[in-house]
Write a new protein. Structure first.
Length: 84
């Protein structure tokens, strides 16, 4: 199984949705909470190319946020990413 990392904040509704989607599928992930980092947007931009939360990585490859995760799941491509 691929390693999934998710950068989140407590106040982000899309973070909650992304976690619920992964939890519902039984996918384990490492959550990196950014609430205490006032410069998290710059760090995310450098790491993933995106500056919003959540930012989700599969085996170190950025896949985007909740919308991209949802699209991958609906198309069946999420399971392919995780199996690789």
């Amino acid at each position: 199984m691929a390693r999934v990392q998710m950068y989140t904040t407590a106040w982000c509704g899309y973070c909650v949705r992304a976690k619920a989607l992964l939890d519902g599928k039984g996918i384990e992930y490492d959550e990196i909470n950014l609430d205490d980092d006032p410069h998290f947007r710059q760090k995310l931009l450098e790491l993933t190319g995106g500056w919003t939360v959540p930012q989700i990585l599969v085996d170190g490859e950025p896949i985007g946020g909740y919308t991209e995760l949802w699209r991958l799941d609906k198309s069946g491509a999420l399971d392919e990413h995780l199996a690789a």
